[in-house]
Every structure is written in C-alpha cells, then in structure tokens.
Write a protein that binds this ligand. Structure first.
Ligand code: SF4
Ligand code: SF4
Length: 293
C-alpha cells in the first residue's frame, strides 16, 4: 500500500501570537494535552503495525504548534526509523528545541517551516535552520505573502543557503498587482503556482485514494477541505474507504490539497518533497512545465 496521511490531532495551541490565527497564544489544558498525546501515540502504534513493505508518508498539520510538545518530537523520531515510512514531516514555526533531530533518520524526517518575522528574529530562525542543515534534514521555509513581510522574506531568502527552498504563501484575498507578483516571484520562483484557485469540481483527485487526512480519533477524510468522514483507520476494513472520487469542491487553493489534483501533475514538480513542500532543483530552475505559468 502507498498512502500519504495528513495527521491532525486535537492540539490547538501555539506559543506564537500571529494576529490572523485562531490558535495564537491559545493554551490547551492538561486534559486536552493528555488526550492529544494519547491519540498521537495510538496513531504511531497503528503506523508501526502496517506491513513493513507499505510506503506511508505522514505530514502532521496541527491546528497550532506541535513541535513544542515532546511527544511529537519523539514520535517523529520513531516514525523516521520505521521501514514502512517513506517520509514523516510536520508543519512548524521552528521555535522548539531541535536536539532530537540528531536521533532521527535524516533520509525520512523533513520539516515544513514557517518564518514569522513578527515573532522571532532572523538570527534565531537561521540558527535553527543551521541545525537542520548540520543533520542533513530536508526542510522548506515559508513566509506568508503579506506586504509587510516583504523585507523579511527577502532577507531570509538571501541569508539561507541557495539550495534551501523558500516559498511564499499567496494571500489570494490581497489580489496582488502584476508588480507584486513579480516581486514575490523573485523570492519564490513557484509563487504563481500557489497564487491560484484551481478548478476542481468533478475533477479527478488523489485525495481519498493516494492521500487522506486522519484526526486524532482515527476519522478519515479525503482532505482538509471536505468534511465528510469516509472511514476510520482503527476499523478493520479501513482500506475499503480508499477509492478514486471526483472533487466536490469548486476549487482548491492550498498546497496540501491541490498537489493531489491529477490534472496538475505536480508530482513532477515536487517528487519526493511533496509533503514538506520542497520542489525538485529542476522545477525551481524552471525546467519543469508548470500547469499555469
Ligand atoms: S505560528 Fe502558526 S499556529 Fe502559531 S499563531 Fe502563528 S500561524 Fe497560528
Ligand atoms: S481537489 Fe482539493 S478539495 Fe478537492 S478533493 Fe482534492 S484536495 Fe480535496
């Protein structure tokens, strides 16, 4: 079996306070944290019980910041050593300690890091990136494409090694002017790929077949954008839910969704870096035809 799983437990708290985010400076109480930990550990056990010949990718997409919790650091380390894991990755603000990555398998662990210049310094963020580089951990770095972040995005791009991919998350509601698109594109050569709402209604999508989302209680959904539950990984017949289905949404505009839309063929752009959002060097250099550019 080959399957990518986007895992999201009940944790919904963060040490940062981004003003646009509902989890900003939110705290989970002890009970909520204990539940999150127990459900994550159950999930780890479930992955470990799958046949070693499977090819499972895991991307943790928490509501808040998960790496500040020890159980996620230990769990990702554990996953990275499992034979059935092709990739285990997590979306993070990269503020947590990183000593644990020394124990992880660098061929499988990867991080999707977002730089929040209003909550950390460039020097502190770069120091964290250097630790990842020292341990050979794959990662991408991203910045939310708000106008006030332009200088910080440009500076972090310049300061990071050239082979580290920096993405800019397009805020579609801002309706970028052509000169702004050119500006963001000078930082992220694939910016326009993210600055789209891809028509998806009725189109073939791997979400629900090649990729699913899983909640802490095991509930399976096609993706984070369609709320229908299609099964539960803790049921014996869970694999019966994996089937091709056309999309029921008008459009798809997040990387974690549209990368599964068949007609976009984004496997050619991201290859093994799909989960942590790292395109191939060829795609970054403009050597792969993009669907919309
Ligand atoms: S770092 Fe992420 S989760 Fe935390 S407040 Fe900012 S956007 Fe929200
Ligand atoms: S196109 Fe997007 S919204 Fe539709 S099924 Fe795929 S991931 Fe989900």
């Amino acid at each position: 079996m080959r399957l990518d799983i986007l895992y999201r437990g009940p944790l919904a708290s963060c040490n940062y306070g981004c003003e646009y985010c509902p989890f900003a400076k939110r705290k989970d109480d002890r009970e909520a944290l204990a539940l999150d930990r127990a459900q994550w550990q159950r999930f780890l056990g479930w992955v470990g019980a799958q046949p070693p010949t499977d090819a499972i990718g895991v991307l943790v997409t928490p509501w808040g910041e998960a790496l500040i919790r020890r159980w996620y650091r230990e769990g990702l380390t554990e996953l990275s050593h499992l034979p059935q894991i092709t990739r285990c990755a997590i979306q993070t603000n990269l503020s947590a300690p990183l000593d644990w990555v020394a124990e992880a398998n660098p061929e499988r662990l990867a991080l999707w890091c977002t730089y929040h210049p209003e909550w950390t310094s460039e020097a502190a963020f770069l120091a964290q990136c250097r630790i990842l580089d020292q341990h050979g951990i794959a990662y991408s770095v991203g910045v939310v494409g708000q106008r006030e972040h332009e200088a910080a995005a440009r500076a972090i791009r310049a300061a990071l090694p050239a082979n580290t991919y920096v993405w800019i998350n397009a805020v579609k509601a801002l309706g970028y002017a052509p000169d702004e698109i050119a500006l963001w594109r000078s930082i992220d050569p694939l910016f326009e790929l993210n600055n789209q709402r891809y028509p998806s209604l009725g189109k073939a999508c791997g979400a629900g077949e090649r990729a699913i989302t899983v909640d802490g209680d095991g509930a399976m959904r096609r993706c984070h954008f369609i709320s229908d539950v299609i099964g539960n990984i803790y049921d014996a017949d869970w694999q019966r839910a994996l089937a091709p289905r056309p999309c029921s949404q008008l459009d798809c505009h997040c990387h974690i969704g549209y990368v599964h839309l068949d007609y976009l063929e984004l496997g050619k752009v991201f290859a093994t870096g799909l989960l942590e959002r790292v395109p191939t060097p060829e795609a970054r250099a403009g050597g792969v035809r993009l669907p919309v550019l």
